[in-house]
Design a protein around this ligand. Structure first.
Ligand SMILES: Nc1ncnc2c1ncn2[C@@H]1O[C@@H]2COP(=O)(O)O[C@H]2[C@H]1O
Ligand SMILES: [Fe+2]
Length: 275
């Protein structure tokens, strides 16, 4: 938990982040989730990112990296990430199995750091909102205290906060029952730290960009199946897998862009009713 990653930057430069989320990989590369081969869609995303020739300073992976709790699935994740020369940091989602996740990713050279000091002006903090065995999220007292301490230690830095679960309703009632249950406790910590203006999630398999009590809360498409926005019941979307670029600027501002694959190769079986 205490391990720290330092990302030095040439003076004044902004930092370029790539967010990859909800890869839902399996031990067997032929496995599918709701009709989508998650290994193939992950690789198609990585290929498209590669083809865009954009510079990456840090990859952030925001949970649900594996669907089946296996070390092999995490090895597959690491195999894909190895094509970047930039470091990668990760946090767990509701589907992850942390013992396998931690050791397999570390063996593959992926840092378990949950705090990244970015140049002179920013830090990135990665929270664990997993409640093992259930889809909703909650931040433990330990997580909340850890967060408060890290913020208090560096009050001059802008902070980007990463967590798997969304802290406010996303507009799909079936997904909102699986949100961060103690968002008010998180808000109680953050209210004392005005330099935390940006939060970034996974989990909801759709793009979202909302105001949460004066902070910008973003969520990002999964690299596999997509959920349709504004639905009361489980509904899959026929938009393609995606990823997000973010740029952290020295003045505390953040610019971002969501990209998706072209084509319809990875559209799910819309008759599926869940997983
Ligand atoms: N039909 C369904 N109704 C409610 N929740 C579901 C349904 N199908 C799957 N889920 C859960 O909702 C979660 C949302 O995204 P996850 O990938 O975390 O994993 C999903 C499942 O745990
Ligand atoms: Fe999730």
């Amino acid at each position: 938990m205490e391990s720290l990653l330092n990302l030095p930057l040439a003076g004044g430069a902004s930092v370029r982040l790539l967010q990859i989320t909800d890869t839902h990989l399996f031990a067997k590369k032929s496995e599918t989730l709701l009709g989508v081969n998650t290994w193939d869609s992950y690789h198609a995303v990585l290929e498209a990112i590669n083809a865009s020739q954009r510079e990456v300073d840090l990859v952030v992976a925001t949970g649900d990296l594996a669907q089946d709790h296996t070390s092999a699935a995490y090895q597959h994740f690491a195999e894909g990430i190895a094509r970047f020369s930039a470091p990668c940091v990760w946090l767990p989602g509701n589907h992850d199995f942390q013992p396998a996740m931690y050791s397999t990713l570390q063996d593959a050279g992926i840092s378990p750091a949950k705090r990244v000091m970015v140049g002179e002006h920013w830090q990135i903090l990665l929270l664990d909102s997993q409640v093992f065995g259930v889809p909703h999220g909650e931040l433990s007292d330990f997580q909340l205290e850890w967060l408060e301490k890290r913020l208090a230690e560096a009050p001059e830095r802008y902070t980007l906060l990463l967590l798997h679960h969304h802290p406010l309703p996303a507009g799909c009632s079936w997904l909102d029952q699986h949100s961060l249950r103690n968002a008010a406790s998180l808000d109680n910590v953050l209210v004392n730290f005005p330099k935390v203006k940006h939060l970034l999630c996974g989990h909801i398999h759709q793009e979202l960009d909302l105001d949460w009590n004066g902070r910008r809360m973003m969520a990002t498409p999964s690299t596999c199946v997509q959920f349709k926005p504004h639905c009361a019941n489980f509904t899959l979307d026929t938009v393609s897998p995606g990823w997000r670029w973010l740029e952290l600027h020295a003045d505390g501002s953040l610019t971002t862009e969501v990209c998706r694959l072209a084509g319809s190769e990875f559209h799910p079986d819309t008759a599926s009713e869940g997983y």
